[in-house]
Write a protein that binds this ligand. Structure first.
Ligand code: PBG
Ligand code: ZN
Length: 340
């Protein structure tokens, strides 16, 4: 007997029928190549040389600059919720600490080295990344050592930055991440790590594709690292420079980087995709920078969208583009959101 079912069976085009594949929330999650997990997140921390400091950064919502005595109480609940990694930025606040060479960057009593030691001791499962740059420590606020004409002296900068990276690694950082954008620093750091016999246990994460622009303002408020003259356009990449970014990624892989980072994230998704293609055998990190974070907060406050929904949506875009690691100021909130 003929049934109604047979009569409707093949009248339509079967390949046009997609809805069934994502009708259920779980089936929807299966559509993503990568889903956000707690272990993908790196949480940025600003560490002041004023031991008791805990200052809210007005331009960077809910983020603080903290002294070393405020660090463990802040992190304890987060580690309990599943925080796996932090990236440390030192902020010298004391007067007369900054100089032309960024001498304070590797001060053994300085906030970065002291907090590496403290966090290693107090949170044995926490993976500690040390950002390596001079801009927080130089009197002129640039990311290296300057020539008389105000341009970077690349050779002196790379010598100095690779020394600073070594002191962070020797203090116990699991990963050193140079963000200065001087040419050749990955090779210089890798060679010093090899020479010191610690290259086998230190991850070298390169800010390879770090673009110049207006997205780092809140960070510079937090870190006190705004250049006192000029800008960073002659070392950070021009925003339109996709080919240049690809060359920088190729170069840093060749120089011994273990992880490639792209920064900012959401306006550079094509670059993240390029990094994943060029570094297809490597982890790819994306830094959702201070300006992106502040923009999302401002838009949510203006009623444009719900902040949690947008935090997930922006991160899904970053993962879809190819990132496997996300540096994000949303990390504490994601630890809650990913638990519920
Ligand atoms: C320092 C550094 C910066 C950021 C990370 N490392 C600022 C800059 O280059 O001026 C930016 C991070 C952010 O905006 O969240 N070299
Ligand atoms: Zn810098």
């Amino acid at each position: 007997a003929s049934t109604a079912a047979t009569s409707v069976s093949v009248s339509g085009d079967i390949s046009s029928q997609l809805h069934g594949g994502y009708s259920h929330p779980l089936a929807r999650s299966w559509q993503a190549e990568r889903q956000l997990t707690k272990s993908m997140l790196i949480y940025p921390l600003f560490i002041s040389d004023q031991d008791e400091e805990e200052t809210l950064i007005p331009s960077l919502p809910n983020q603080h600059r903290r002294g070393i005595n405020k660090l463990v109480p802040h992190l304890e609940p987060l580690v309990r919720k599943g925080l796996r990694s932090v990236i440390l930025f030192g902020v010298p606040m004391a007067p007369n600490v900054k100089d032309a060479l960024g001498t304070a960057a590797d001060d053994p009593q300085g906030p970065v080295i002291q907090s590496i030691r403290l966090l290693r001791a107090r949170f044995p499962s926490l993976f500690i990344v040390a950002d390596v740059c001079l801009c927080e420590y130089t009197s002129h606020g640039h990311c290296g050592i300057l020539r008389d004409d105000g341009s970077l002296n690349n050779t002196l900068s790379v010598d100095r930055i690779s020394d600073v990276a070594m002191t962070y690694a020797e203090a116990g950082a699991h990963c050193v991440a140079p963000s200065d954008m001087n040419d050749g620093r990955i090779r210089a750091i890798k060679l010093k790590l090899i020479e010191a016999g610690i290259a086998h246990k230190i991850v070298l994460m390169s800010y390879s594709a770090k673009f110049s622009g207006c997205m780092y303002g809140p960070f510079r408020d937090a870190a006190g690292s705004c250049p006192s003259f000029g800008d960073r356009k002659c070392y950070q990449l021009p925003p339109g420079g996709r080919g240049l970014a690809r060359r920088a990624i190729h170069r840093d892989i060749g120089e011994g980087a273990d992880i490639i980072m792209v920064k900012p994230a959401s306006s550079y998704l094509d670059i993240i995709s390029d990094a994943k293609e060029i570094g297809k055998d490597m982890p790819i990190a994306a830094y959702q920078v201070s300006g992106e974070f502040a923009m999302i907060h401002a838009a949510a406050a203006a009623g444009v969208f719900n902040i949690k929904t947008m935090a997930f949506e922006s991160t899904e875009g970053i993962l879809r583009a190819g990132a496997t690691i996300v540096v994000s100021y949303f990390t504490p909130q994601f630890l809650d959101w990913l638990s519920s």
